[in-house]
Design a protein. Structure first.
Length: 137
């Protein structure tokens, strides 16, 4: 099965966004997930048309002039290591290729994946309020 890639949310419903946020203790609901995607500057989805299901996604927020930030990239477990994540990152980096900076924060274990996509390691700082992990109320 080759997924179809799109940057459109046309016909995407919350029912198509189940199974994401693996390991999150307080994940966003599929409806909130759809709101996150709608509020993003750009998104790319990998869709399994046979099952009418999103199998991977990436989103970015951006000022459209200088910088973009990629907060989320996820591929459903049964579709990992098949090139879906690499394709999603490639398409997102291509969208913002003319910007000065495209940043993301990731766990050390995923740094080699992002390096294979042409990104470089950096250091950063962050704040997390896990009480709001499922989405702002």
């Amino acid at each position: 099965m080759q997924p179809r890639y799109t940057d459109s949310l046309d016909a995407i419903t919350p029912n198509m966004l189940t199974g994401f946020f693996e390991g999150w203790p307080n994940p966003p609901s599929p409806a909130t997930h759809l709101q996150i995607l709608r509020s993003s500057a750009h998104i790319v989805l990998a869709i399994d048309d046979e099952r009418n299901r999103v199998i991977g996604f990436i989103n970015a927020i951006s000022d459209g002039i200088l910088s973009a930030y990629i907060p989320l990239l996820e591929v459903l477990p049964e579709h990992r290591r098949q090139g879906v994540g690499t394709e999603l990152v490639s398409r997102m980096l291509g969208t913002f290729h003319d910007l000065y900076m495209i940043d993301l924060t990731c766990d050390p274990g995923t740094q080699p994946f992002y390096e294979s996509c042409g990104m470089m390691r950096s250091t950063g700082m962050m704040c997390r309020d896990f009480a709001h992990q499922s989405g702002a109320v």
